[in-house]
Design a protein. Sequence first.
Length: 719
Amino acid sequence: MRVFLSHSSKDKNPYVDYIKEHLSSDEVVIDERSFKRGKKSRDEMVRLISECDLFVFFVSENSLASDDVQFELNEFSKLPEIKTRLCLPIIIDSAIKYSDRRIPKWLSAFNLRHVQRPTKALASILEEIKILTWDKYAFLKKRDNIFRGRNEYIDKFELRYSDRKLGKPIAYSASGFDKIGRSSFLGFCLKKVSKVRSAYEFLSFRLTQLDSIEDFIFRMNELGVGPEVDVSNLIDKTMSEKVEIAATILSSYHENDDVVLIFDDGCIILGNGDISQWFKGILDALNGNIVGSRLIIASKFSYNKTPINKFWNVSLSALSPNERRWLLEDYLSLLGIYLVDEEFEICLNWLQGYPQQVFYLAESLHERGFQETKEDSKTIVDYSLRKVETILSNYLSDPKKMSFLATLAELELSKVDDIIKAFGGDVFYKNFLTELLILSVCTSEGVSREYVRLSEVVRDYVDRKRINADKEAIRSLQEEVKKNFSKNTHGIPDSSDLYFAIKNRIKNSEDIESKYIFPSHFARCMQEIYNRREGDATVIKIALLLISKSATIDDYILHSAYYYYCLANARNKNRDLFKHIDKLKPSDGLFIKGFYYRKIGRWLEAINAFTESLQHNPDNKRAKSELVSALNRVNEFGKAYALAKACYDEDPANLYYAQEYFKCLLYGYSNSNSEFDKKTMEDIISSQNPGDNVRDKSILTCMKANFEFFVNGSSENAY
């Protein structure tokens, strides 16, 4: 598709640069950049306009006064197939009204609206490109619109959407396992009820568990749908003021009839199945019948409290056997793949009910054929089941790739162009990033997928292994962020730069006064510093700062501050933890008490505290691990064994679980004189990867030494 951008070179706005940056150079036609050498400018304008598929007119005072722009408009209007061609006029100057007499009469039939930010302009262009592409290539339209099954859930959605007695929900949520098809389901439902057209480009962003209302406001405002609001100094505003700002932004989406897709990892719908109080406040502040449906939320957690009229939630299960069959049949038909009945049934047996797994299988059959796919069927079966260690198994011994992953972990959210540039534009890293996206180790975000985010489980793995990021790449990115901050036309930093810049200021003890600093920035940094053991004094300092803001921040972030304050003090055997431990949930408070008692050697008190913590929360992995350690210290090996094995089976990549399970096996082996599970101990040792962490390397080496001495009876190897 060829897009012609008609604009005035005098306009000092980021729209054209943003479009250039996020559309392929093969797609965008921008005046002199696309002119052939030695040709007259006006002749080239005529040629390019006649060849374009989409004509975008950026309306401003300067463009309406420009002779060149007026010439381009006139030439476009002369085209004989004007009715079949697409023109997209976008007002980028707030002083211009749709009724301005300088706008040509033939444009009066078009929907002329002011667009606040280039992100929204790009979304509009991408939507039109999709429509044109579908018209030209029927295959792509069929592929993009494949959706099968979920009939029971769709019926529930339609019934609620049409129930005017209850009023219109403002937000619709679908929860379930990652890759289960939550966002696809919600998008399909809105298109089925004609809320949005089939080619609609949903504006989207992600919220993590440590994000809050400030991040919601910032990201919604950044999308540029409605009038821009003041998002400075949010940390000092009261919760009611922030709710009012968020409600104002969401109301503006009604005027433009836009819907936002949010990937929620525990920010809006909490881990306890409730909705955060601030989000309830936003819903309460809005009239659903007036504002309409504005948010769709692909949520990690399912809402299980009292139903709310303005919020609808469904929890999606895996595809049923029939739905898997239908979806696979559709995809094979689209790709022109024929399987005999026996082959088709074999393929069905590999599927566990994840839509993306079906697409992955069909693509493999298309590229490699049935026989080769069958020989490698384990990769299909494990598509949604493999753990992080398995996913990263091909990279663990490659320092370049692991350093690249660690750099992505530092960034939270980064621009693809910036990260590749930081690594010198090396094609090696471009290909590696593509591979990570295919494996879902990373996900793409943004209007044109210009951002990349490392999966939370992979980030957690990299953080805990203390794998070192590329220092030179980090330095390069820091410089790029400084440039982006200084040149930003709107005066508001890009969200991909914001956390990275502020995190570095906090960690380097620099001046952190900023009107765009949010509680989530401190909370994430506090968590990361604690996990990486980079300074408990800094953790405590950040926690106390957040506690001092208790009147204006979200309850979840405040709880995180109390939690890490107590945890950091406990790790340092400091009784100051008891100042705030009563602010924690019983399971967390008891766990930290047990941790403190374990650190000071009061083992029986530690065992009692960990046991009581698990009575409140049986799934607390850290409490289980600590309890195993404490039981081993008082020679309760039998009690420790079952718990240690359960922890290890659940997360074999966790070195600390592996260490405690290994100890139980070792004590059993050395005390019983019977043939114990020697192979299990060997497997535990061989499966661990300590990364760059000296402490973890020491733990693994001690395990090897104990194995050589007690199991193999070799003092020499042990030494």
